[in-house]
Design a protein around this ligand. Structure first.
Ligand code: FAD
Ligand code: SF4
Length: 470
C-alpha cells in the first residue's frame, strides 16, 4: 500500500480520540486507562499527517524521532518499516508513546495544530511500538555487532541507563548495569503507576537489552556496595544515571506524624511492593478515606489517582497556584477529574495536624492569590490575609519534588557537583572525572523520560568515541 492521499482528503480526517476505560470502572482498579488505537483508527490518524517538508514536529522531539517517516510507513501499512524507523531513534517507544508530554513537544509544533488539532503523534508511536512487541518475528533484524573488547558500567536502570546500555551494546561494548533496587526500570517501574504504564512494557524493553547481551546486577548500591573509583578501575568507562529520588521536605510542622508519606515512598510501596493491593505484602501502607496530596505535577497526580484506587472516598490535590499553572500533563489532570479527584486550588499548607497519638488528622491551610509572574514564568502566589482553614485528612502525601541523593556522590570526591548536588556534565555527559559520564535526572534535576533517554543516547555516542581513543 502507498500513502498517496490528496492534502484535501487528509485535512478532512478528524483527530482520533484515544479509547479509554470508563472512569467509574478504572478508578477502582490498576488497569491501563488508555486502551490504544485499533488498526483502522491508527491508519486514519496516520493519514492526517501532511508529510511536511520542513518537519516541524521533529524539532519538538528531544531525541529527534523521524516522525513523518514512521507515520508514512504506518499510513502505507508497512508496519515493520514503521517499527524500524521508530526504534532507530527511540530506545523505549512503547514507554514514550504512553508518558511523554507530546502536547508540549512534537504535537505542539505540528502544522495541523495551527488551524485545528495536531496529529496524535504519541498515539501513533504507541500503536507502532505495541505492534512491534506483539510481532517480534516480523521485525527487520539488526546484524549483531562485532565485540570491541571494551566494557562499560552503567549506574542506575532507569530510562537514561537503559538507553545508554542499549546504544553501547549495539556498538559491541560489554555493558553491565548496576541497580540499587531489586528490579529494573527506575521511576518507570517504582514511580509511574500501572494504570499509565503497565509493568509488562518495561519487562519487554529490558528483555530486548538482555538479548543484546547487557548484564543487569540488581541490589547493588553504588556509593555503598561499590564506589565509582572501583567501577573505574574494573571497567573502561562509567555512565552514572542514578536519578534524583531524594524527597524535598515541606519544612512545615507535623511532617513526622504517622500517616505522612513522601510521594516516592508512597508510590514505591504500592507500585513495586504491591502494598494495599496484596494482603501478604511485607511493606504495608496506611489507607484513609480522606487523602491529601500536596503538589501539582505528574507525581502528585499519580499519588492522588493511586490513593483513589486504594479506596479513598475523598482524594484531594492541594496546590498553591491555579490549574493553569499546574505542571502535570493535561491528560493526567483530565483523567484525575473524571475519576473523582478533588482539586483544592490556590491553597498552601501551613502545618500538618495530628491527634494526641501522633496520627495525622488534617492540614492547616491558607488561601492564596496570584500576582505577576515569578522567575519560573508562572504567576506568583501570595497569602490572602485571614484566610486560614482546616482540611480533614488521614493520610498526607508530599509530592512537591525531589533532588539528588548524596549517597553516591559523597563517595566520589573528584566528581564536580552544582549547588543543588547534581553532577556537572557537558552536553554529551562528560564529568570532571575522565572516563566517567553522567546523564538524566542526576544532572538535570527532576525532568522527563525523553530528556533522560536523550542524555543516555548522547552519552553513549561520547563514550563510544572515548573508548575508540582509549
Ligand atoms: P530514574 O528513572 O530515577 O532511574 C534511576 C535509577 O538509579 C533507579 O532505578 C534507582 O533505583 C537507581 N539508583 C539510584 N541510586 C543508585 C545507586 N547509588 N546505585 C545504583 N543504582 C541507583 N516524566 C515524563 O516524561 N512523563 C511522565 O508522565 C512522568 N511521570 C512521572 C511520575 C513520577 C511519579 C515521577 C517520580 C517522575 C515522573 N516523570 C515523568 C519524570 C521521569 O520519570 C524522570 O525524569 C526519569 O525517570 C529520569 O530518568 P533517570 O534514568 O535519570 O532516573
Ligand atoms: Fe505530519 Fe504534523 Fe509532522 Fe507535518 S508537523 S509532518 S503534519 S506530524
Amino acid at each position: 500500500m502507498t500513502n498517496k492521499i490528496s492534502a484535501k482528503d487528509r485535512m478532512a480526517i478528524e483527530r482520533t480520540a484515544m479509547p479509554e476505560l470508563p472512569a467509574e470502572v478504572r478508578s477502582r482498579n490498576f488497569e491501563e486507562v488508555n486502551l490504544g488505537l485499533s488498526y483502522q483508527q491508527a491508519l486514519d490518524e496516520a493519514r492526517r499527517c501532511l508529510q511536511c517538508k520542513n518537519r516541524a514536529c521533529v524539532a519538538g522531539c528531544p531525541v529527534g524521532v523521524s516522525i513523518p517517516e514512521f507515520i508514512d510507513a504506518l499510513a502505507s501499512e508497512d508496519l515493520p518499516r514503521a517499527a524500524q524507523v521508530l526504534r532507530g531513534d527511540n530506545a523505549l517507544p512503547a514507554v514514550c508513546g504512553r508518558v511523554c508530554p507530546q502536547e508540549t513537544q512534537c504535537e505542539a509544533l505540528c502544522v495541523r495544530g495551527v488551524k485545528g488539532e495536531s496529529v496524535a503523534i504519541g498515539y501513533l508511536e504507541r500503536y507502532v511500538a505495541d505492534w512491534a512487541m506483539r510481532h517480534p518475528d516480523l521485525l527487520l533484524t539488526e546484524a549483531a555487532p562485532a565485540a570491541t573488547g571494551k566494557s562499560v558500567a552503567v549506574v542506575g536502570c532507569g530510562p537514561a541507563g537503559l538507553t545508554a546500555a542499549g546504544e553501547l551494546a549495539r556498538k559491541g561494548h560489554k555493558v553491565t548495569i548496576f541497580e540499587a533496587l531489586h528490579d529494573t526500570g527506575g521511576v518507570l517501574r517504582y514511580g509511574i503507576p500501572e494504570f499509565r504504564l503497565p509493568k509488562e512494557i518495561i519487562d519487554r524493553e529490558v528483555a530486548v537489552l538482555s538479548r543484546l547481551g547487557v548484564a543487569i546486577e540488581c541490589n547493588v548500591i553504588i556509593g555503598k556496595t561499590l564506589t565509582i573509583s572501583e567501577l573505574s578501575s574494573e571497567f573502561d568507562a562509567v555512565f552514572i544515571a542514578n536519578g534524583a529520588g531524594l524527597p524535598t521536605m515541606l519544612n512545615i510542622p507535623g511532617e513526622n506524624l504517622k500517616g505522612v508519606y513522601a510521594a516516592n515512598e508512597f508510590l514505591t510501596r504500592v507500585n513495586l511492593m504491591e502494598a494495599g493491593r496484596r494482603e501478604d505484602c511485607n511493606t504495608p501502607i496506611i489507607k484513609s478515606r480522606e487523602v491529601a496530596v500536596i503538589g501539582g505535577g505528574n507525581t502528585a497526580m499519580d499519588c492522588v489517582r493511586t490513593a483513589r484506587r486504594l479506596g479513598a472516598e475523598r482524594a484531594m490535590i492541594v496546590y498553591r497556584r491555579s490549574e493553569a499553572e499546574m505542571p502535570a500533563r493535561v491528560e493526567e489532570i483530565k483523567h484525575a477529574k473524571e475519576e473523582g479527584v478533588e482539586f483544592v486550588m490556590l491553597t498552601a499548607p501551613l502545618a500538618i495536624i495530628g491527634n494526641d497519638q501522633r496520627w495525622v488528622s488534617g492540614l492547616r491551610c491558607q488561601r492564596m492569590e496570584l500576582g505577576p509572574p515569578d522567575e519560573s514564568g508562572r504567576r506568583k502566589p501570595s497569602p490572602v490575609p485571614g484566610s486560614e482553614f482546616e482540611l480533614s485528612a488521614g493520610v498526607v502525601i508530599n509530592a512537591v519534588g525531589t533532588s539528588a541523593n548524596p549517597l553516591l556522590t559523597a563517595t566520589a570526591p573528584d566528581l564536580a557537583l552544582n549547588k543543588w548536588g547534581n553532577i556537572v556534565a557537558s552536553e554529551t555527559g562528560e564529568t570532571s572525572i575522565p572516563g566517567v559520564f553522567a546523564g538524566g535526572d542526576i544532572v538535570r534535576g527532576g525532568a522527563t523520560v525523553i530528556l533522560a533517554m536523550g542524555d543516555g543516547k548522547s552519552a553513549a555516542a561520547a563514550i563510544d568515541e572515548y573508548l575508540k581513543r582509549k
